[in-house]
Design a protein around this ligand. Sequence first.
Ligand SMILES: NC(=O)c1ccc[n+]([C@@H]2O[C@H](COP(=O)([O-])OP(=O)(O)OC[C@H]3O[C@@H](n4cnc5c(N)ncnc54)[C@H](O)[C@@H]3O)[C@@H](O)[C@H]2O)c1
Length: 352
Amino acid sequence: MTAPSRNALVPFVSVDNMMRLVLHIGVERMMVELAAEIEADFRRWPLFDKTPRVASHSDIGVIELMPTSDGETYGFKYVNGHPSNMKKGLQTVTAFGLLADVATGYPLMLSEMTILTALRTAATSALAAKWLAPKGATTMAMIGNGAQAEFQALAFKAVCGVTEVRLYDIDPAATAKCARNLAGRGLTVVSCRSAEEAILGAQIITTCTADKQLATILTDNMVGSGVHINAVGGDCPGKTELHRDILLRSEIFVEYPPQTRIEGEIQQLTADHPVTELWQVMTGAAPGRSTAKAITLFDSVGFAIEDFSALRYVHSRLRASGLFQDLDMIADPDDPRDLFGMILRAQAELAA
Ligand SMILES: NC(=O)c1ccc[n+]([C@@H]2O[C@H](COP(=O)([O-])OP(=O)(O)OC[C@H]3O[C@@H](n4cnc5c(N)ncnc54)[C@H](O)[C@@H]3O)[C@@H](O)[C@H]2O)c1
């Protein structure tokens, strides 16, 4: 059949090419660059279309669509969250996403986003900590050592200067995997046997566990003053990680309140409990940490603008890297109104 026209082709970044891109740029450099891209977009926050993500829940998981636009470029991500997948040999979180040109509605790029989500989540976490963590923080507890864990550890090293990570997971095999993957990367890695042991001496506590229930990974008595909590795993209605009393003692920072009030740790609080939007700290419109002794909490759920930033970052490096394949994705007849004729011409060509 006649080859597809230029307009028909959409660059596609496969998992294979995403891995090549990460290796080509380097994980830590990519974290720093992604964090900068996300911060630049957070600084122009009011300009974006924003909506809580569209979630389809089942008893064992969720499938979500996350759209946004800056008026020139549109992006969306498809993502799932299925904590029980791991026992079936499947990922808890998988994703793919698309960028499109607002002027024509034509797609600009389709991309794998399972790896990109791990990168952008870690870059966002580290970026929030850069603004909120106590000064000079060098030690991080990492509770939950699954798919996201190494990305989190390396982002905090690259963006915040963390030098020691203290690992804990209810499954020692996950901790062993994480410690193995982080070996030789310039971090002191300490494997711990309890969450209490992991948070000893840590100025930053990351919780990144997966359980579709109201879990209590940290209780109130475990958290002292002057720490920053990066709560990543509570990101669905009925799925939280922190005891409510910790929230009541914390200065709480969120991405997009209408989404976080449904999905984040703050679903445990009243709808009018004060929270600060992270973008406002970056623009100076709102204060960050109030004192060295305060507990700051980044109640992370993952917002569409972070995926948009990550997709644009990948898109901007496509032509130079060549790490994509063209997909014949958009039907493009010579006469735009003759879509049916395009099928007839294909039929004639196939019959010839
Ligand atoms: N906020 C965001 O932007 C964002 C982005 C991606 C993923 N997530 C969430 O982060 C979480 C982790 O994702 P993942 O891909 O690493 O999942 P994963 O299933 O690969 O790993 C989760 C780990 O948590 C451990 N765990 C479960 N309960 C625990 C407990 N009580 N104490 C200690 N460890 C425990 C499990 O053994 C497992 O190793 C998920 O809940 C996911 O939905 C959030």
